[in-house]
Design a protein around this ligand. Structure first.
Ligand code: PLP
Length: 393
């Protein structure tokens, strides 16, 4: 069964396989017995192997056991879950926050909870797959606007009078590393929600999966732009990337979060996250809040690599963050480049359709990379370029 379909994927260079690590996540990993410099992880701050996260996780394991055993509504959660939500509220300066089991579960849970058949969603064309799935599940009419194109969005908004509107965007686009025009989106919603006595007519849902721990001293995209949380903004973020743990949150106005916690199916009908995972997310929030040099190191590394890539001619990556796409002319070229890097001891996989339209290598820099790791990548990319030039590609 499915053999013809699988053969079709294989012919197009789109068949994927799982690759397993034999070591902790980090700037250097083992695949099998071989060592690779890793540019594929979203562990932006290197926290997933931080000793504090491991230590509090093992204490939580001893105190609370391994599994949560039930959903939050049935006491599957612990005091640690409450504590993490309190920390998110303080971090995000919102009324309330609620934990989800993953970023995917948050988007497919929250979006159908805040948007229904009579509403209309406006979604950036490069939003993450979990947002697209959340929009489908909501049964709301979904209108896709051109990537970061505020004029297009405004034109589309005008055509949808009378319905409640929800604008949804990644804050940092996960495959391109560019940042959404949050200031303009904020202003657009603010001018449409001026009355404090009536319900907001436009909600703004920000998927801050790649902004949390990276932008705004770690507090995310709103803080990065110096914007205040508003009753019509819902900020979603993940613990699975810069926070080095797992899970996600939605933070916002009291009523909205209460509504979500009563209606979001991925929250209601799923077992709570294990306490050890929550304990490490708590440790991550504390580390990020205290150690300001950590995020600075991430940005220093990112800027150094961008500079070196620029010198080599990779100027138009479009990236504004530690996610740096190196575009390829075809799937075959992306695969060839990734394989070449792999042979040079560098892990930076090819990203192909359907994840992206344009194939590429997605390089992710972390605070844990050392100068010699970045230099190795630059040297290997230099070799790849000369090889291409020599072959006349
Ligand atoms: C923008 C965005 N949103 C949501 C998710 C899903 O998060 P998680 O991996 O925690 O399920 C991802 C993960 O890749 C993402 O990039």
């Amino acid at each position: 069964m499915f053999d013809r379909e699988i053969a079709g994927l294989s012919r197009a260079g789109l068949l994927r396989g799982v690759l397993s690590r034999a070591s902790a996540q980090g700037p250097v990993i083992f695949i099998g017995r071989k060592k690779y410099i890793n540019f594929a992880s979203n562990d932006y701050l290197g926290l997933s192997s931080h000793s504090d996260l491991a230590c509090v996780a093992s204490q939580a394991l001893e105190r609370y056991g391994s599994g949560a055993g039930a959903s939050r509504l049935l006491a599957g959660g612990t005091l640690l879950h409450d504590k993490l939500e309190e920390l998110i509220v303080a971090w995000k300066e919102t009324d309330r926050a609620i934990i989800f089991n993953s970023g995917y579960a948050a988007n497919t849970g929250v979006i159908p909870s805040i948007a229904g058949e009579s509403d209309v969603i406006f979604s950036d064309e490069l939003n993450h797959a979990s947002i697209i799935d959340g929009c489908s599940l909501s049964r709301a009419r979904t209108v896709v606007y051109r990537h970061k194109d505020i004029s297009h969005l405004k034109r589309l908004l005008r055509t949808e009078n009378g319905r409640r509107k929800i604008i949804i965007t990644d804050t940092v686009f996960s495959m391109d590393g560019d940042i959404a025009p949050i200031k303009e989106l904020h202003e657009l919603c603010r001018t449409r929600n001026v009355s404090r006595t009536t319900r907001p007519s436009v909600l703004l849902y920000l998927d801050d999966a790649h902004g949390t721990g990276v932008l705004g001293q770690g507090r995310g995209a709103l803080a990065h732009f110096g914007l205040q949380p508003e009753r019509w903004i819902i900020q979603m973020g993940t613990f699975s990337k810069a926070m080095g743990s797992f899970g996600a949150f939605a933070a916002g106005n009291r009523d909205i979060i209460q509504w979500i916690s009563n209606t979001s199916r991925s929250f209601l009908f799923s077992t709570a996250l294990p306490p050890c995972v929550i304990a490490s997310a708590i440790a991550a929030v504390r580390i990020i809040s205290k150690d300001l040099l950590l995020i600075q190191r991430l940005w220093t590394n990112r800027d150094a690599l961008m500079q070196s890539l620029g010198k080599m001619g990779y100027e138009e990556t479009g990236s504004e963050t530690p996610i740096i796409p190196l575009r390829a002319a075809s799937v075959q070229e992306a695969l060839g480049m990734s394989q070449f890097l792999f042979e040079q001891g560098i892990y930076a996989p090819a990203i192909r359709p359907p994840t992206v339209k344009e194939p590429r290598i997605r390089v992710v820099v972390s605070a844990a990379h050392e100068e010699r790791h970045l230099n190795r990548l630059v040297a290997a990319l230099g070799k790849w370029r000369s090889r291409k030039l020599n072959r006349g590609d």
